[in-house]
Design a protein around this ligand. Structure first.
Ligand SMILES: NC(=O)c1ccc[n+]([C@@H]2O[C@H](COP(=O)([O-])OP(=O)(O)OC[C@H]3O[C@@H](n4cnc5c(N)ncnc54)[C@H](O)[C@@H]3O)[C@@H](O)[C@H]2O)c1
Length: 335
């Protein structure tokens, strides 16, 4: 059974990916400093998977700890989720973001080269496309100047990976550009755990429906979209998790010094208002919302062209928006 190191594996996307890795016959080993997650996720994972995953609490840029892990386990690959991700916070504390998001990647690459660990899947984001001129966006759509320090860290990380692969370090890398991950494990045992006020739409919707937040504000209803609210491509986290398994399987068959990038979305755009209405319908609950002013810097509409990931990784989403919103509500009720 191949050991895969998952940095940030106690977090939202990492924990769901751990489940899918086990399902596919891999053995995930988690390193997480719990800066944005809780150790009880490990208990929840044990409930779902039926076995305790190996967990190291610590910073994934701590070389001493990485070396210890490599001594204790033969690692076949790494999935690098660990990063700070709050766009708003990144504009106020950019150095915190540059230090963690860039520093952890550089440290990991150095470690992988030293230990001859070949395969890496990196968490990138559709944020690299900025405000796209053409829709849907393909992987060839030019990247734009980042709208935030957070977005810039994703762009720079992609550049670091390209340069590192060019240096013939002997590694094989896939960057997955996630669109908007939503939903939770269908069991309701794991899901997104926003600390403080949620920065993403769906946790805000579920918290408002649960009465934790009084009201949800929609930022603008006068954009050039079917109902005036912004459009995103909402992808169920289980489908997203599955893309990582497909990426690892594919990397194994590639030559050394390989780099590629894939969009991971459904290929469909939905407006913010459609999400709220669908949420209300599938869960039979009301969401108290109001229309507010446009928010500066918001991307008006973006969704993925998924032709490349369909054709090359043979990955297709299997969950609908309804499934995602049902699972998100189920998770909120567990919380
Ligand atoms: N959720 C999204 O909307 C989204 C969209 C696009 C890309 N991404 C990227 O996907 C990745 C995972 O996102 P997520 O939503 O699961 O976030 P998350 O915050 O739930 O998970 C990240 C995990 O990494 C841990 N962590 C952070 N820095 C660390 C460090 N230096 N060492 C060890 N652990 C560390 C945190 O404690 C957390 O458990 C991130 O790189 C994020 O930027 C997320």
């Amino acid at each position: 059974m191949k050991n895969i190191l998952i940095t940030g594996g106690a977090g939202y996307i990492g924990s769901h990916t751990a489940v899918q890795l086990v399902e596919a016959g891999y053995n995930p080993i988690i390193i997480d400093d719990l800066s944005n997650s809780e150790e009880k996720v490990l208990d929840r994972l044990e409930d779902i998977i039926g076995k305790r995953l190996t967990f190291y609490k610590g910073d994934c840029s701590d070389r001493g700890l990485l070396d210890q892990i490599a001594t204790e386990h033969e690692l076949a690959g790494v999935i690098h989720f660990a990063a700070f991700k709050a766009v708003g916070e990144s504009t106020k504390q950019p150095l915190k973001y540059y230090q963690n998001n860039l520093g952890s990647l550089v440290a990991l690459l150095d470690f992988m080269k030293a230990k001859q660990i070949k395969d890496l899947v990196f968490s990138s984001s559709c944020t690299v496309y900025g405000q796209p001129e053409q829709l849907p966006v393909t992987e060839a759509t030019p990247r734009q100047d980042a709208e935030s320090p957070y977005g810039n860290t994703k762009k720079i990380c992609e550049d670091i990976l390209v340069d590192f692969v060019k240096s013939q370090a002997g590694i094989r890398v896939i960057s997955l550009r996630y669109f908007n991950p939503v939903g939770a494990h269908p069991s309701g045992k794991i899901g997104e755990l926003p600390i403080g006020t949620p920065a993403n739409l769906v946790p805000f919707v579920t918290q408002t429906a649960a009465g934790i937040r009084e009201k949800l504000t929609i930022f603008g209803d006068d954009y050039d979209t079917i109902d005036g609210s912004c459009v995103r491509d909402f992808i169920h986290v289980m489908d997203l998790a599955d893309a990582h398994v497909k990426a690892l399987d594919y990397l194994k068959e590639q030559q050394e010094d390989f780099y590629d990038v894939f969009n991971v979305g459904t290929g469909n755009g939905n407006t913010v208002l459609e999400v709220i209405r669908t949420f209300e319908k599938v869960n039979r609950v009301k969401v108290n919302f109001e229309i507010g002013a446009r928010r500066p810097g918001d991307i008006v509409k973006i969704w993925a062209d998924t032709t490349k990931i369909n054709a090359i990784l043979h990955w297709y989403p299997s969950y609908s928006l309804e499934d995602s919103l049902r699972d998100s509500w189920n998770w909120q009720k567990t919380l």
